[in-house]
Design a binder for this molecule. Sequence first.
Ligand SMILES: Nc1ncnc2c1ncn2[C@@H]1O[C@H](COP(=O)(O)OP(=O)(O)OP(=O)(O)O)[C@@H](O)[C@H]1O
Length: 225
Amino acid sequence: MSSLLEVMDLTKGYGSGETRVDVLKGINLTVAEGETIALVGASGTGKSTLLHIMGTLDRPTSGSVRFGGEDVFRLGDAALASFRNHSIGFVFQFHHLLPEFTALENVMMPLLIAGVKRSDAAAPARELLGEVGLAHRLTHKPGELSGGEQQRVAIARALVLSPKLLLADEPTGNLDMKTSDEVHETLERVHRKRGVTLVIVTHNEKLASYMGRTVRLVDGRVVAD
Ligand SMILES: Nc1ncnc2c1ncn2[C@@H]1O[C@H](COP(=O)(O)OP(=O)(O)OP(=O)(O)O)[C@@H](O)[C@H]1O
């Protein structure tokens, strides 16, 4: 497998001078194309910080992130935003769906924002909602869906621009065990069908066990891989 993402000598500190806190302390990590990785570790060890930097939502203090060989933080702001929108999908603990729009419209939204015509955006959105098991919920609004269904809509939305990398931060953190299982199965299914590379921050041992590889952080360092 060729490498999709390389994190090199990455550090992240907050604050300055005596109040500076180093959260990531020299992370090196290579993610191969098509891999599934669980990022685990105790609370406060820097998992979300690392995931955000891998997704270019935040910048490192030092070190680099290469995506397909390109040093992404050397891109200008507009090029970085465009790269992020088209290459990376995000799923968070809370789904952030737009409540006034249907499931189908929520999934179509990234395509419409990218300039795709409404008539061309419906088919791929409908197909993705089918893949996450929600073909029968197209016209439901988020408030009419269960927590697990809402999260599955969010997964479909994250995939609609066909990103190479899907980053998920505690995607089942807000769900009960049965609903979490539905979300795990959905992530596994879309990975199998689309071959999308998956990196998931989770405290859920069962979800971690579904992933091909587990990377453990302790105090801002990778201690097991
Ligand atoms: N913007 C910020 N300013 C200052 N400190 C921050 C900021 N964001 C995160 N931190 C600190 O960085 C540390 C790592 O946070 P992070 O959210 O990455 O940990 P985590 O391993 O994902 O934790 P959890 O499992 O509880 O979500 C924490 O001590 C946190 O308080």
